[in-house]
Design a protein around this ligand. Structure first.
Ligand SMILES: *Cc1c(COP(=O)(O)O)cnc(C)c1O
Length: 245
């Protein structure tokens, strides 16, 4: 792919439009294959490492949901794009000392995997006078103590406790679950385990129906397993040059 910085805005717009059309087709095909309505799947454009001008172009192409994984970049882009009416998702591993900051601009935080984050997000939401939707990030690694790269997330057995804490926190709204497929194992069985975790959560919290799963390489598997939200970076924006997240 060409470097986005050397394309003029029209060239970049055309490139993003073509990428968006491809992703929309992949989502439609994956939904058709398992009898799902594409309207039941929201695609979040993960814009990390790309400039705010890309976020603006995507909004012009009809993208409504965007995601970032680093507080500093996310905040700057949010502020630069405040006029666009976008829904902002924070999808990165979250440090406690960043959670308050994130709660000031994120509409949905996908990466709540420990109790101290619930409290920090609650404090941040209260200070900002906002309501923030929070998802419990689930660790789908079947061998969490193995030598796989840690991708964040709470063990499935801890999800109920975290969900209850979010549900009770003023200014936070429990939205559902999120996961990143573990490396080196097939994605679909992992996403099926996430669907089971989601089903148990929804029994107790009927409104918490979000299943955030699926990236560029595994969106079909995620749709087959019932994902409601996809987090798509590379297929929409191109390859990232910086090795982030
Ligand atoms: C970067 C990132 C994505 C997007 O990944 P792609 O493979 O580029 O689509 C999704 N989720 C999280 C948590 C990410 O950090």
């Amino acid at each position: 792919m060409a470097d986005p910085h050397v394309l003029d805005a029209d060239g970049r717009r055309a490139e993003l439009a073509a990428n968006l059309a491809d992703v929309t087709q992949r989502v439609a095909d994956a939904c058709a294959a398992v009898g799902r309505d594409p309207a039941s799947v929201t695609t979040i454009a993960i814009t990390k490492t790309f400039p705010a001008s890309d976020t603006r172009l995507l909004a012009g192409l009809g993208v409504t949901d965007v995601g970032e994984n680093r507080d500093q970049d996310a905040r700057a882009k949010h502020d630069a794009c405040a006029d666009l009416g976008l829904r902002w998702h924070f999808v990165g591993q979250l440090q406690r000392n960043k959670a308050r900051s994130v709660a000031a601009y994120a509409d949905v935080v996908h990466s709540v995997d420990r109790l101290e984050l619930v409290d920090a997000l609650r404090a941040g939401a209260a200070r900002a006078g906002r309501v923030v939707e929070a998802l419990v990030q689930v660790d789908l690694d079947p061998d969490p103590d193995g030598d796989g790269v840690a991708r964040g997330g709470a063990a499935p057995a801890r999800v109920a406790e975290l969900a209850a804490a979010i549900d009770e926190a003023e200014g936070l709204q429990l939205g559902g679950v999120m996961a990143v497929a573990p490396l080196g194992v097939p994605a679909e069985p992992a996403f099926m385990r996430l669907a089971e975790v989601s089903a148990r959560l929804v029994e107790r919290h009927p409104q918490a129906r979000i299943i955030s799963a699926g990236m560029t390489g595994d969106l079909e598997a995620a749709i087959a397993a019932g994902a409601t939200h996809l987090r798509i970076g590379t297929a929409l924006l191109g390859r990232r040059t910086a090795p982030l997240g």
